[in-house]
Design a binder for this molecule. Structure first.
Ligand code: DGL
Length: 279
């Protein structure tokens, strides 16, 4: 694969593996779309950065993505990046289409009988004005309680593949129990990494709490943006062709094996263009 082959592709971007379940869902619905997956491991975890740091990181990364791939669309498959930098990126790159990822707060609030929902995400996401704003907007319709779970991001990134189901349920149950203690009957997953633990969240939370994710919303939004674009439409891939995977900063030694497993599971092929500079 060369940079030339990827001109006009769709880019999915996260700090690590979090966007992969979104990529998977998207490609299941749209198997002919070529998607470049970028894991910005150089700057992982995003959840521990300040808003200003993330804006700087994501502007630089977008400049590089533009220069190398002229993408049809950039999907921020990361809640932390979306709430922190999406509006700045749209201002800075007015000719580029972006799709962000935010917690499915609205369907959770509509579902909630107690009108009390929990949002679980990184510290950065939960501290952002975006969440404060939607919590205020929702005030008439219900309460939003915030539960930070940065430890789950590290778990998914580094330990998931070596863990057993019982360990994963115990880990997740801490958070679903906390949501229940705070009176919530709906839980919105506000971090893309947590989609790797969706079954465990459901198992630990139900029947008292219903779990909501944003995968369908994001996939729908991507297609709606792409369908309105004039040609050139995004480049396509042959049936079964792997999507390219670009990991910034090189594969961290402690995670290299996990990236190999993920490449196999999600049908990805490592790719780093000549002249790409991770800074
Ligand atoms: N996957 C990212 C999100 O959706 C967070 C991971 C990180 O902290 O880097 O928020």
């Amino acid at each position: 694969m060369t940079v030339k082959d990827l001109q006009g592709c769709v880019v999915f971007l996260d700090s690590g593996a979090g966007g992969l379940p979104y990529l998977n869902a998207y490609n299941t619905l749209n198997p002919d779309r070529m998607v470049l997956y970028i894991a910005d491991k150089k700057n992982f975890p995003y959840g521990e950065k300040t808003k200003n740091e993330l804006v700087t990181i994501l502007i630089r990364l977008t400049e590089r993505i533009q220069k190398f791939f002229s993408p049809a669309l950039i999907v921020l498959a990361c809640n932390t990046a979306s709430v922190s930098a999406l509006s700045e990126l749209r201002q800075r790159f007015p000719a580029t289409d972006f799709v962000g990822t935010v917690p499915a707060v609205k369907p959770a609030l509509i579902y909630s009988v107690k009108k009390n929902i929990a949002v679980i995400g990184t510290e950065r996401t939960l501290a952002d004005d975006y969440i404060t704003r939607i919590a205020e907007e929702a005030a008439g319709g219900g309460a939003i309680t915030r539960i930070a779970a940065g430890e789950l991001v590290d778990f998914v990134e580094y330990r998931l593949e070596y863990s057993g189901k019982a360990e994963r349920i115990t880990l997740v149950k801490k958070y679903t129990d906390e949501a229940r203690k705070r009176g919530a009957d709906a839980l919105a997953l506000g971090c893309t990494h947590f989609l790797f633990l969706l079954d465990e969240f459901r198992e630990a939370a139900e029947p008292y709490i219903r779990v909501f994710d944003s995968i369908n919303g994001v996939c729908g939004r991507i297609e709606s943006v792409l369908s309105k674009k004039k040609p050139p439409s995004p480049i396509t891939r042959r049936a079964g062709q792997p999507n390219p995977l670009l990991v910034t900063g090189g594969k961290a030694l402690d995670a290299a094996e996990q990236w190999d497993l993920r490449a196999e599971r999600f049908n990805l092929e490592s790719f780093k263009p000549d002249g790409w500079d991770d800074r």
